[in-house]
Design a protein around this ligand. Sequence first.
Ligand code: TRP
Length: 532
Amino acid sequence: MKEKSVTPEREKWSGQLGFILAAAGSAIGLGSIWRFPYITGENGGGAFMLVYLLCCAAVGIPVMICEIALGRHTQRNPIGCFNQLTPPASLLAHFLGGGMVLTGIALLCFHAIGWGVTALIFGGLVFWKSWRIVGIMGVVAGFLILSYYSVIGGWAIGYVVKAASNQLTFETVAQAKTTYLDFIGSTGRVIGFHFVFMLLCVAIIYKGVQKGIETACKFMVPLLFIIMLVLILRALTLPGAAAGVSFCFTPDFSKLTAQGVLVALGHAFFTLSLGMGAMITYGSYLGKNENIFASGVWITGLDTLVSVLSCLMIFPAVFAMGFEPGEGPGLVFQVVPAVFHRLPAGPLWGTLFFILLAVAALASGISLLEVVTAYFVDEKKWTRHRAAIVTGIAIFLLGGLSAVSIENWDKLPAIQKAVAACFGGARASFFDLVDNLTCNWMLPLGGLFICLFTGWIWGTRNAIGEIRHGSKNFADVHLLSLMAGLKDDPSHNSSTHPLTLASMWGIFVRFICPVAILITFLHTIGWLNLKP
Ligand code: TRP
């Protein structure tokens, strides 16, 4: 009685709370705790934070809603999703593909060989595969991002061990820096921790959606908030903490540059896990009675809250101890341990902080692995167990290259030379390259395509049809009635108002978000120069 063609019932989240926690777990990660504080530090503090909040609200929420709706409608991984919805012919896709081919030719003329060839190939693929390319790019991005994300997740685990065994005893940031460079340079150890991280990811994904991801996130996300609150209380009660608080919350627009605005938008994508179909995949396990609008707002809100809180946790301590805020990527691995060491019970705070970082990274890592796993389960009919293990091993191996490249790239001169010849930048390690390729290229492009696809191809009408399930006419109430709390009041329930959440969302998805993303993107590739 075994019938191969019958797909088993798709697993589901237990409910809206399970989904929100899992998705928030995906969003809250190294992006919020490691990256956001240091880019805020580098870009001048308060003003940058305001712009970032705006980017989350204006671009993050609408795109998040698109992804969840796409996922729940098709019940598929990103590739399956776009295969199902892509029309036989799309002029817009041909136009975009053609544009990219021309870009590639232009880049070749400027001797940017690697990027030129990439643009040519990619443009050709867009032309050929049409919108299906968005799904393909998403799964590939998931694979690539996790390969280096896991390396940093491994560092966090390594630092938990170091902090707990009282090895982070620095008086100065210079000492912390030596230890940090020493640690990330000891390839064996880094790969070991990278392995541990991947092992944990595979173990959770192996157990499935509800028993694995949801159970893990229901434990990890609340834990995250508790640790964070403890550390914030500690930081805010330090003498001199006020300077840190005012650095975060006093906007000084003279410090804000056009570059900063673009960094903010790019970061919004990364930190909300958008642009590669992670939310399509998680959305595909969402039941029809759950509210997509509300979920999208909750997930974005929780992630943004954690980003702001991490600044509040780090900067008061940094200022109170007289360190520099613009320290760059080493901020949490160098400055933070040095800061905590000076406090009474230093190892305790340090251990808590790195547990926080490792847990946040793990909850995000599983969402990346789930995208790749879901593809093999849905499209290749692998069992979940096999898919989780095989993709996990492949990602571990690729990540090994990133791990080696960060400090010991010189030991692989052949690969280094090839990469440098293609993409320029002699010192750009494999790690930097993958990071740059995914965050600056694949995610914004993916986000742009997801907006255009939802807005113009699948159509906002179909999308809203999906969103209406479970949204209890949320989408169709006049905005003012909604804000005034009169949603179900008999005099306010007409669905003929033009000014509704649904129509606002449609305008953002069709016009505002694509334009905002396109400007960022053109600036990144240097065709639009928005110098301050
Ligand atoms: N959002 C996570 C972070 O902030 C990283 C992440 C998880 C991610 N899944 C993603 C980024 C999907 C882009 C796409 O650390």
